[in-house]
Design a protein around this ligand. Sequence first.
Ligand code: TYM
Length: 356
Amino acid sequence: SCGPRRVLRHNPTSMRVFSGIQPTGRKHLGNYIGAIRQYVVSQERAVQAGDEAIFCIVDLHATTVAYDPPVLRERLYDTAAVLLAAGLDPDRCILFRQGDVPEHTELSWLLSAVTAHGDLNRMHQFKEKSAQQRELISAGLFFYPVLMAADVLAYRAGEVPVGDDQRQHIELMRDIAERFNARFGEGLLVVPEGRIPEVGARIMDLQEPTRKMSTTVGTDEGRVYVLDEAKVVEKKIKRAVTDSEDPPRIAFDPEGKPGVSNLLEILAVCRGTRVGEAVASLADARGYGDLKAATADAVNAELGPVRERYAELRADEDALEATLAAGADRAREIAAPVLADVRAAMGVGPAVRQRA
Ligand code: TYM
C-alpha cells in the first residue's frame, strides 16, 4: 500500500462480520442455534452489503485449558467440517484457523497496553473456567478475552454474531477499542457490536434447564450434539426435564417454566417461526410428549442434512486444510494493514516512511 494511512477512512458502521468458535468438544445445539446458524445468516448479509464475513476456528484459545495436542487437531477438522456442512461457503466468507494468522497474537499483546487488569479479573468465564481447572490455571485463561478482542479488532469488524454467554467479552472488546482509539487515535479501530439472536441465544441443558447447554458442564443426556444420530436426538429430547404442572401447560415462561420454554425456543428456531406460533401449533397437544415429539422432529429436520454433508466433508482432511489455508491468506490480507496502523500509532517498530 502507498500514501499516508488516513485512519478516519474506516466506516464506523462497518458491515464486516467476524466471529470465532472453539475447536473443543463436539458442537452442540446451543452452539448451532446461538451461533453457527447466525453465521450463515451474517454471511449472506455481508455478501449483500459487499463486505466480508470472517469466521475463525480459535485453536489458540483452546490451549488455555488442559488439552491433548493430537485431539486438538482432530477437533479442529471436526469444527471446520461442521461449519461448512451448516452452510458457510468459502466462496462467500473467509473461514480460517486462528493459529495461521499471527496478527491475532501480536495484536493481543499490543491491546494489553489498554486493557485493565481489573476488567479481566471480573470476567465471569474466567471465574467459571478457573474454578473447573483441577491443575494449572493458566495465564492464558486470564488473558483469553484480550486475544478474543484482537480476533475481532484486527479486521475492523462491526458485527459479531455470538450467543448470550459472550456478552461480557463483547463489552470488554468494545471498551478496549474505545480506550485504544482515545489513547492512540480516533477511528483507528472499529468499536464492534455483538449480534445476539432474540430467540435461541441461550439454549439450556435438557436435564437442568436453568443452566445453559455447555460442553464442559453437565452430562451427555443434557446436550444434543449436532452430529447425534436422529434416534439419539429423539431419545434425549423425550427425556428432557419439563415441569409437573397439572394439567400440563405449554406456555412460554422462561422463569416459571424453563424446561418447556427451552423446548419451545428450540422448536421455533428449527421451524423458522416465532415462539408464539410454536405455542399456537401445540394448542391441541395432550401433554409435554407432543411438544417433545414436535421438537425432536424439527431438530432432526434441521440437523439431518448437516450430518449428511458433514460425513462427506470430514472425510477429506486435505480439502479442509486447503480451505483453511486459503482462508488464512485472505484473513492476513485484511489484518496485516490494520496491524501496521496499530504499530505505527503506538510507536512500535521503525517509523513508517510516508510518501509525498
Ligand atoms: P464457544 O466456542 O464456546 O461457543 C461458540 C458460540 O456458541 C455460542 N453458545 C451458545 N449459544 C446459545 N446457547 C448456548 N447454550 C450456547 N453455548 C455456546 C457462544 O456464545 C459462541 O458464540 N470465546 C468464544 C470464541 C471466540 C470468539 C472470538 C467469538 C474467540 N474469539 C471472537 C466471537 C469473536 C467461545 O468460547 O465460543
